[in-house]
Design a protein around this ligand. Structure first.
Ligand code: TRP
Length: 479
C-alpha cells in the first residue's frame, strides 16, 4: 500500500503534485469515494419513485440501456479528463485544450449545476435525517395501525416549513464541515466504513420484502415490461437519471479523478462503480415495490415513496425502531458522501482557480447552497409556504424544488456530459484519451477501450443531443 507521503511511490511525476493538493492514499480509496459519490439518494430515494411514476419494467430497461451507453461512457470521459488535467474541472478543460475554444466554460457550467443539485439534494437529505431521529424516538410505531397515517405524516411534515429548513441546515453544516477538513480524512474514511453496511442492510430488507404479500406483484411491476405505455417523458427521465445516479455531467468525477494515481485503470474502475450503483438501485427497487403492493401504496406517488413505504415495514418489525434508525442513518451517510462530491468540485474550483483558502471556500460554498436551498425546501408540495410560486419550464410550470431537480437532471447534466464528450473528440487526440483510460499499467489497445472511445465519441453525443432537443422543446410531456 502506497503511503501518501512516500516519495518512492510517485516516480512518474517530476513535480510532485500529490503533496501539494492531497490525493487518495490507495486505489481502493478512489474506488470507494467514487462509489460513495454515485450511491446516494439517487439510488434509494429517486430511482424507485421515478420508476414508479414511469410504469416500472419498461422504464427500467430504458434506464439500463442509458447507463450502459450514455452514463457509463460519459463517466469514463470525466475520469480521463480529470486524471489528465490533475486540477479542478475548469482548470482541466483549460489545461488540456490547445485551441481558443472556451471549453473551460463547461467546468463553470458544472459548478453552477452543482449549486442547483445540492440545493434540493440537501432538502431530501434533511428529510432522511429527520426520519432517522423519528425512528430513534419510536415514532414509526403509529404507522403500523393505519396505512394512511404514514402518507399523511410525511405530507404534513415536509409542507411544514421551518423544521425541514432546520434539517437542511444541519445537512449543509455537516457537508461543509467534512470538506473543510480536506479530502482524505473526510471522504475516504466515511465511504470505506459505512457503504458495505448499507449494502448488507438493504439485502436484509430485500429478503423481508420478498417474503411479503406484495412480492409477486412487485417483481412483475419491475421486471415484466409493457412497452405500450412507455412515454417520451419516461425516456427523458431515464436519461437524466442515468447521469444523476452516476454523478456524471457536472465535473464531480473529473474532480475526483484529478486526485488519482496514474497506475489505476479508469475503465475498470468505472465499470465497478456503475455496476455497484446499478445493483444498489435494483436492490432498493426490489425492496420497495413489494411493499408498495402489499400495503396498497400508489406506485406513482412521487418523492414520498421511500418515506411512506419503509417506515410501515419497520413499524411492524421486531426491533423496528432500532433497525429503522440504523437504516436511515446509513442512507444518510450515503447521501452525505454524495453531497460531499457535489460540493467538492465547487470548492476545488475556488481553491485551484480562484486561489481561495480551502477553509473559506468550504464555508462560502456550503452557505450559498443552503441559501439557494431554502426556496427548494419551502416549495415541495402545493401546501408548502412557497408551493404556489411556479416558474415556467418546457412542458409546464414548476415550483423551485421540481425546477432544480428537472433543470439539472434532464437538461444541465446531459448538456455538461455532451460537451465533455465533444471536448474529448475535438480538443484531444484519440490515442491519448485511450491511454489515459487504461492508465500506466493497463492495455490501451484493448478492444473494450476502443469500443468505449467510439461510444463516447459518437453514440453518446448523438443520443444525448436527440433527447435534449425533445427536452428543450418540451416535447416530452406530449403523448
Ligand atoms: N449520484 C448521487 C446519487 O445518486 C448524487 C450525486 C452526487 C450527483 N454527485 C453528483 C448527481 C454529481 C449529479 C452530479 O445520489
Amino acid at each position: 500500500m502506497a503511503e501518501p507521503h512516500d516519495h518512492s511511490h510517485s516516480q512518474q511525476d517530476p513535480i510532485d503534485i500529490w503533496h501539494v493538493r492531497g490525493h487518495f492514499a490507495t486505489r481502493v480509496g478512489f474506488i470507494l469515494a467514487a462509489v460513495g459519490s454515485a450511491v446516494g439518494l439517487g439510488n434509494i430515494w429517486k430511482f424507485p419513485y421515478i420508476m414508479g411514476e414511469n410504469g416500472g419494467a419498461a422504464f427500467l430497461l430504458v434506464y439500463l440501456v442509458c447507463i450502459a451507453f450514455l452514463g457509463l461512457p460519459v463517466m469514463l470521459v470525466e475520469f480521463v479528463i480529470g486524471r489528465a488535467g490533475q486540477t479542478s474541472a475548469v482548470g482541466s478543460f483549460r489545461k488540456l485544450s490547445t485551441g481558443t475554444f472556451p471549453w473551460w466554460l463547461n467546468g463553470l457550467l458544472g459548478v453552477f449545476t452543482g449549486f442547483l443539485i445540492l440545493s434540493f439534494y440537501s432538502t431530501v437529505a434533511g428529510w432522511i435525517l429527520f426520519y432517522m431521529l423519528h425512528a430513534i424516538r419510536g415514532g414509526f410505531a403509529e404507522f403500523a395501525t393505519d396505512e394512511a397515517t404514514a402518507g399523511a405524516f410525511f405530507g404534513n411534515w415536509i409542507a411544514g416549513g421551518t423544521e425541514p429548513v432546520v434539517y437542511q441546515f444541519l445537512v449543509m453544516l455537516m457537508t461543509g464541515f467534512i470538506i473543510y477538513f480536506g479530502i482524505e480524512k473526510g471522504i475516504e474514511r466515511a465511504a470505506k466504513l459505512l457503504m458495505p453496511l448499507l449494502f448488507l442492510m438493504l439485502g436484509g430488507l430485500l429478503i423481508n420484502s420478498l417474503l411479503s404479500d406484495g412480492a409477486m406483484e412487485g417483481l412483475k411491476f419491475m421486471f415484466r415490461p409493457d412497452f405500450g405505455n412507455l412515454s417520451y417523458k419516461a425516456v427523458l427521465d431515464a436519461l437524466g437519471h442515468s447521469f444523476f445516479t452516476l454523478s456524471v455531467g457536472m465535473g464531480a468525477m473529473i474532480t475526483y479523478a484529478s486526485y488519482v494515481n496514474k497506475d489505476v485503470h479508469l475503465g475498470k474502475t468505472g465499470l465497478a462503480v456503475a455496476g455497484l450503483d446499478t445493483l444498489i438501485a435494483l436492490l432498493a427497487g426490489i425492496t420497495i415495490f413489494p411493499i408498495v403492493f402489499a400495503y396498497g401504496v400508489e406506485p406513482g406517488s412521487g418523492p414520498g415513496l421511500l418515506f411512506v413505504t419503509l417506515p410501515e415495514v419497520f413499524a411492524r418489525m421486531p426491533l423496528g425502531s432500532f433497525l429503522g434508525a440504523v437504516f436511515f442513518f446509513l442512507v444518510f451517510i450515503a447521501a452525505l458522501t454524495s453531497a460531499i462530491s457535489i460540493l467538492e468540485p465547487v470548492v476545488t474550483w475556488m481553491v485551484d482557480d480562484l486561489n481561495i483558502n480551502r477553509h473559506i471556500a468550504a464555508f462560502v460554498a456550503a452557505s450559498t447552497v443552503f441559501l439557494i436551498g431554502i426556496p427548494a425546501t419551502l416549495s415541495v408540495t402545493s401546501d408548502s409556504p412557497l408551493g404556489s410560486v411556479l416558474i415556467p419550464f418546457p412542458g409546464g410550470s414548476l415550483g423551485f424544488f421540481d425546477l432544480f431537480d428537472k433543470l439539472t437532471s434532464v437538461f444541465l447534466l446531459p448538456l455538461g456530459g455532451l460537451i465533455s464528450c465533444l471536448f474529448m473528440v475535438f480538443a484531444w487526440k484519440r490515442a491519448s484519451a485511450m491511454a489515459e483510460l487504461a492508465g500506466s499499467t493497463g492495455n490501451a489497445g484493448h478492444i473494450l477501450v476502443a469500443v468505449w472511445y467510439r461510444i463516447a465519441a459518437f453514440v453518446a453525443p448523438l443520443g444525448i443531443a436527440t433527447i435534449l432537443i425533445y427536452s428543450v422543446f418540451g416535447l416530452v410531456n406530449k403523448p
